[in-house]
Design a protein around this ligand. Structure first.
Ligand SMILES: C[S@@+](CC[C@H](N)C(=O)[O-])C[C@H]1O[C@@H](n2cnc3c(N)ncnc32)[C@H](O)[C@@H]1O
Length: 241
């Protein structure tokens, strides 16, 4: 009870405007002032709800898991026979953290959408756990893989519109030869993981992806992310078995 109360207070503090202003200044000092931007926009591009549903319908998927549901802006629109939405705070239909959910879980899924806590270590855990519960021929999708500037991805969060450092966990999984990985240029960057050999693995021998330099990502983001357009993604999904 007391723990819950303080957790809520802390969460409020972390997203309060003044606290975020202080964090923004901190990020400016430690790296933001020398960071480059990427000139990208997601306006006039497909939304995640449309893309997720298109894939579920195309593949006739029967089971859907969403990690991090918030206001159900995606979860409520997804039409699928079995739907589980996990969030410790709001939305979905399972009130747990993703770690607690996976610990007790005995379901498997055709489609898993990862959009929980946008911190490298947590996203990495969510990817590894999701792979354990993914059906053959299934797909994992990750939201927020394409930050456009330093502050969009800086941890701790210093602005409301925020991707976190999900991109670092996605680049790490891109080096895995046993899963095939792409990023669709839509809706903040949709990382896509297919359960088959990697056709274009990222060849980077980095010990700690948490320390990946943002400017390095900016200079090479198309290659690093294996960036594709929506139409290309749909063609890949159509051929996937
Ligand atoms: C960006 S929102 C999700 C948005 C939603 N998927 C959508 O498409 O509209 C992130 C959510 O992740 C939840 N979250 C934070 N930590 C989490 C964790 N450890 N496990 C699962 N969800 C978590 C937050 O409570 C928040 O509701």
């Amino acid at each position: 009870m007391i723990k819950k109360y303080f957790n809520k207070k802390l969460q409020r503090l972390f997203i309060s405007k003044n606290f975020m202003k202080i964090l923004y200044f901190f990020h400016y000092i430690i790296g933001g002032r020398n960071a480059k931007d990427i000139n990208i926009s997601f306006d006039n591009r497909k939304k995640r709800s449309e893309i997720v549903q298109k894939i579920i319908d195309l593949k006739n998927y029967k089971s859907y898991l969403e990690i991090g549901t918030f206001k159900d802006d995606l979860f409520k629109y997804v039409k699928c026979e079995k739907k589980i939405g996990v969030d410790p705070v709001s939305g979905g239909n399972v009130r747990k953290t993703s770690d607690d959910f996976f610990k007790d879980n005995n379901h498997t899924f055709d489609f898993i959408f990862i959009d929980g806590l946008h911190h490298y270590a947590q996203v990495k855990k969510d990817i590894l756990n999701s792979l354990k519960f993914l059906n053959k021929g299934g797909i994992i999708m990750l939201h927020d893989c394409m930050p456009r500037n330093y502050y969009y991805q800086a941890v701790p969060r210093s602005q409301l519109n925020w991707n976190g450092d999900t991109w670092k966990a996605f680049l790490e999984v891109r080096t895995n030869k046993d899963v095939d990985t792409y990023c669709c240029y839509a809706d903040e960057g949709l990382g896509v993981i297919f359960n088959r050999k990697n056709k274009n693995p990222l060849e980077l021998n980095l010990q700690n992806f948490k320390k990946f330099k943002f400017n390095d990502y900016v200079n090479n983001y198309k290659e690093y992310l294996n960036l594709i357009e929506y139409d290309e993604l749909i063609k890949i999904v159509e051929k996937y078995e």
